[in-house]
Write a protein that binds this ligand. Structure first.
Ligand SMILES: Cc1cc2nc3c(=O)[nH]c(=O)nc-3n(C[C@H](O)[C@H](O)[C@H](O)COP(=O)(O)O)c2cc1C
Length: 155
C-alpha cells in the first residue's frame, strides 16, 4: 500500500502528528511525509491512501491547504482512501473550529473515500507543545482506521 501524508505546520506540532500517522501507515507499506508547500497538487499516480492535516487557524483551514485542495483537479482522487486531521485547542469544536472537518469535506468532494471521522489532536498553546500522549493517539487513530477497512474489504 502506498500512502502519502501531507501536512501544514507553522510551529511543528502538526508535523509531529503527521509523522506519527505515517509511522502507523508505514506498517502497511510505503508511507511518505511531505509539507503542503512542496506538492503541486494532491493527485498522484498509484496512491492508495492520502492523509492530510493542518493546524486549525481562525476557526478553519490555513490558506495554503485550501489552495492546494482547490487546485487538485476534480476526479483525480476518486476512490483514494483518505484521512483528515488537525491540531487545535482542546475545547468544544463549535468554539475552536476545526481544519480537519473542512479537509474531510473537501477531500470527500474530490472523490476520496474517508476512512474515519475527522480527528483533532490538541496543543497546550498556539506554539505548542502537543498535549501529552497525542502522538501515540495519532498512531492508534491511523492504525484503527486502516484496521477497519481491512476488515471491511475482507468480508
Ligand atoms: C493565527 C492563528 C490562529 C489560530 N486560531 C485558532 C482557532 O481558531 N482555533 C484553535 O483551536 N486554535 C487556533 N490556533 C492555534 C493553532 O491551532 C495552533 O497554533 C496549532 O495547533 C499549532 O500547530 P502547528 O505547530 O503545526 O502550527 C491559532 C493559531 C494561530 C497562529
Amino acid at each position: 500500500m502506498r500512502s502519502l501524508v501531507v501536512y501544514e505546520s507553522e510551529y511543528g506540532n502538526t508535523e509531529k502528528i503527521a509523522r506519527a500517522v505515517a509511522e502507523a501507515l508505514g506498517e502497511h507499506g510505503e508511507a511518505r511525509v511531505t509539507p503542503v508547500g512542496s506538492v503541486a497538487t494532491l493527485a498522484e499516480e498509484g496512491l492508495d491512501l492520502l492523509a492530510l492535516g493542518a493546524p486549525t487557524q481562525r476557526h478553519g483551514l490555513p490558506a495554503a491547504v485550501k489552495e492546494l485542495l482547490e487546485r487538485t483537479p476534480e476526479g483525480t482522487l476518486a476512490g483514494v482512501r483518505a484521512l483528515a486531521f488537525d491540531t487545535r485547542y482542546e475545547r468544544a469544536r463549535w468554539i475552536t473550529g476545526s481544519a480537519a472537518k473542512e479537509i474531510h469535506k473537501l477531500l470527500r468532494h474530490l472523490g476520496c473515500k474517508l476512512l474515519a471521522e475527522p480527528e483533532s489532536f490538541f496543543v497546550e498553546g498556539s506554539e505548542g507543545p502537543l498535549e501529552p500522549g497525542e502522538e501515540d493517539r495519532a498512531r492508534a487513530w491511523a492504525a484503527r482506521a486502516l484496521g477497519r477497512t481491512k476488515r471491511a474489504t475482507s468480508t
